[in-house]
Design a protein around this ligand. Sequence first.
Ligand SMILES: [Zn+2]
Length: 276
Amino acid sequence: MPELPEVETVTKEMAQKLVNKRIQSVHVRRYDLRWPIPKNFEQAMQGALIKNITRRAKYILIETDTENGMLWHLGMSGRVKISEQPSKPPIYEKHDHVQLILQDGTWIRYFDPRRFGTIQLVNNHDFIKNALLGHLGCEPLSLDFKGQLIKAAVANKKAPIKNLIMDQRLVVGVGNIYACEALFDAKINPNCPGHEITKSKADTLCLSIKKVLANAIKAGGSTLKDYRKSDGSLGYFQYQFNVYDQAGQGCKKCAAKIVRITQAGRSTFYCPKCQK
Ligand SMILES: [Zn+2]
C-alpha cells in the first residue's frame, strides 16, 4: 500500500510533468472504483488546464482552470503511469482504468488492480471542505505538528500510543510502517498507554515521525531517479526498515531480537530492549 512518502513522491513527479498543461482527451474504462468515478468525469475534465498539483494526507489534489479539479487516491494498489510524448500509444494493461492525454502528447494512466483507490471531481475552491478531506488532522511535516499536539490528544487515553498516532484525526499519513519506525526511533514502547506519554516523550515522538517520513521521501526520490519502469509508472519503493517486517532479526542498535505483536489487527514490530 502506498504510504505518505510514496504519495508525496508521486505528487511531486506529477506536478513536475503535468502542471500548466491542458487535458486534450479523457477516457474512463472502469467507473467502479472504491468511490465510483462520477459519470460526468470525462466531460468535466476534457479541455481543462492543470494549474496545480499538491498533496493532502494521501490524497493528490489536482486544481484546474475549470469549475472542478480532481482528487486522486491510490488506495491499496494504485499507480500513476506517465509517458511523455511516446512515439506510439502505450500498450493498454488490464487494470488501466482512466486515461488522460494532454495537448503536448503526454499520456497519463491510472492503474489499480484492487480498485480501492478513487478519482473524484471536486470544486476547485472546495478541496479542504470536501467530505473525504474534512476530518483530517495535522500534516506531519508541517510546522503545526508539534509534540504538544500529540500530548494533548493522548493525555486521557488508555489506548496504546501506536494506535493513537495512527488516528488520522490527530495526524495524517502515519501508517503502520511509519508508526513502527517512528516509535523505534523515539525509543517508545508501542504498547505504552497514551496517558503515560510525557511532554518530553511526545516531543521526541513528534521529531521521530518527521524524521522517518522525511528520510523515506528522500530515499524514495532517489530510488525513483535511479529506477524507472519502462511504462513510466511511479510505483512503490522498498528499502531497509529498522523494525518493520524484521521479526526475529537483530536490532540495529542493541542486537536484541525484534518482536512482532498484533495491535488493533495490525502487526507491530519493535525492539523490547530499546523500546521500554
Ligand atoms: Zn534494540
